[in-house]
Design a protein around this ligand. Structure first.
Ligand SMILES: Cc1ncc(COP(=O)(O)O)c(C=O)c1O
Ligand SMILES: N[C@@H](CCSC[C@H](N)C(=O)O)C(=O)O
Length: 442
């Protein structure tokens, strides 16, 4: 990465310790020998350390050796000649802060190339630009509402046939695969029913049915810390950087990653052509956020496990892959390194669910997940409201479903607040021994 037209390094007084270190990088500022520094990163960064280290370890080469990567808040870059010649020319096409983030993410996602765009939906939009009229797409029947909306738009207006099937059963996917299947879109765990999808089995079947079929996995619910779909046979992994990667709900972002560099170029084209690349400031914010991914996720996950056990212990049917009762517990753990921090449960009564959501105090009534704050929501009325009621019913999405997105707060406070909300909403019978779910859901 270079800062064009900045007269790099020219302000360092000649003969200073800094210029000595620049001239002889193997000596420290006192002139002592240093151990050889690690080889420079490969284009995709190539992982050298454990993930907790890699998340915070970034290598920049700005002229002042800034510890925090500079925000190159510039639309244009001066060129070295009338014929161009600069590494960057225009931020829609490329920006040093964005490049730094992309290289960092490629390393963390074990990918040859990562690209960052303005939202998770923009990432999916970029992927769907690979499709042509007449193509067929296979997607799940439990997926994020926005994904469903974009696929419906393509099906209604773009000449694309979309098959929504139960992707937890690979044979249901195989039934609709054919030589027109240009793309399979998977989400695991699914949002909001937390179902698990066997990425490897489906990717093999899709590639067998059509070798040029592109298998894309939405990894938003897991993040690269917990799951690497590219290692399981996916061609593209994408996720909403708005969630775990940034972690503070202070930005919108989307990330795409591939191992096939030619495919990476095909994805870069619409980003440059349409201008949905992530802004320099949001790139910087995302780079800052991702450094704490492991500490946040560790705390969120351990809180989520306690909360899932608390609810299950009181008779609720809880959907969380950290619970042994999850029907796909084994499958999830064969693919992933953790259960994440999103869980959902039913109460049996939509009004009771509404009262619980409205009685909680620490749990903010909000869409989204992966943030340091805990959130509570009713998917059918919020994140999945764009799926019409008839389709929701056909896909057995329960109207009373409550989704909890667990943050990093003190878990006892979270449980106390939830318990109070359950009692206040009349969702539980309070007994001398504790309390029990009022409505048992099978
Ligand atoms: C699973 C999943 N994928 C993609 C998205 C889209 O991300 P964004 O909101 O950043 O566009 C979301 C949420 O919005 C989501 O829950
Ligand atoms: N009004 C928004 C809803 C965004 S939902 C965000 C997130 N993916 C979640 O699951 O909570 C929309 O219509 O997209």
């Amino acid at each position: 990465m270079s800062a064009s037209g900045s007269g790099s390094g020219s302000n360092a007084p000649s003969g200073s310790l800094n210029s000595l270190k620049k001239a002889f990088p193997s000596v420290d500022l006192q002139g002592n020998d240093l151990p050889p520094s690690p080889a420079p990163s490969s284009p995709h960064g190539g992982r050298r350390y454990n993930i907790a280290t890699e998340l915070v370890f970034t290598e920049g080469n700005d002229q002042y050796n800034a510890s925090s990567v500079p925000i190159y808040q510039s639309a244009t870059f001066k060129q070295t000649s009338g014929g161009g010649g600069g590494e960057y020319d225009y931020t829609r096409s490329g920006n040093p802060t964005r490049t730094h983030l992309e290289r960092h993410l490629a390393k963390i996602m074990s990918a040859q190339r990562a690209l960052v765009v303005s939202s998770g939906m923009a990432a999916l939009d970029v992927i769907t630009r690979l499709l042509r009229p007449g193509d067929e797409v296979v997607a799940g029947d439990d997926i994020y509402g926005g994904t469903n909306r974009l696929l419906k738009y393509l099906s209604d207006n773009g000449g694309i046939k979309v098959h929504h099937v139960d992707t937890t059963q690979p044979e249901k996917v195989t039934e609709v695969l054919n030589d027109k299947t240009a793309m399979v879109l998977l989400e695991t765990p699914t949002n909001p029913l937390i179902k698990i999808v066997d990425i490897g089995t489906i990717a093999s079947a899709a590639h067998e049915a059509n070798p040029s079929c592109i298998v894309s996995v939405d990894n938003t619910m897991m993040s690269p810390l917990l799951l690497n779909p590219l290692e399981l046979g996916a061609d593209i992994v994408y996720e909403s950087g708005t969630k775990y990667l940034s972690g503070h709900h202070d930005l919108m972002a989307g990330v795409l990653a591939v191992n096939d560099l030619a495919l990476g170029e095909r994805l870069y084209f619409p980003i440059n052509a349409s201008g949905c690349g992530l802004s320099p400031f949001d790139s910087w914010l995302l780079l800052r956020g991702v450094k704490t991914l492991k500490v946040r996720m560790d705390q969120q996950q351990s809180n989520a496990q306690r909360i899932a056990e608390f609810l299950e212990g009181h008779g609720f049917k809880v959907r969380y892959p950290g619970l042994r009762s999850h029907p796909q517990y084994e499958l999830h753990n064969s693919m992933a390194r953790g259960a994440g921090a999103v869980l959902s449960f039913e109460t049996g009564d939509v009004n009771v669910s509404e009262r619980i959501v409205e009685s909680a105090k620490i749990w903010a009534i909000s869409v989204s997940f992966g943030c340091v704050n805990s959130l509570i929501s009713m998917p059918c009325r919020m994140s999945h409201a764009s799926i019409d009621a008839k389709t929701r019913a056909e896909r057995a999405l329960p109207e009373d479903l409550i989704r909890l997105c667990v943050g990093i707060e003190d878990v006892d406070d979270l449980i106390d607040d939830l318990q109070r909300a359950l009692v206040q909403a009349g969702a539980v019978n309070v007994t001398l021994d504790g309390f029990q779910a009022q409505t048992q859901v099978e």
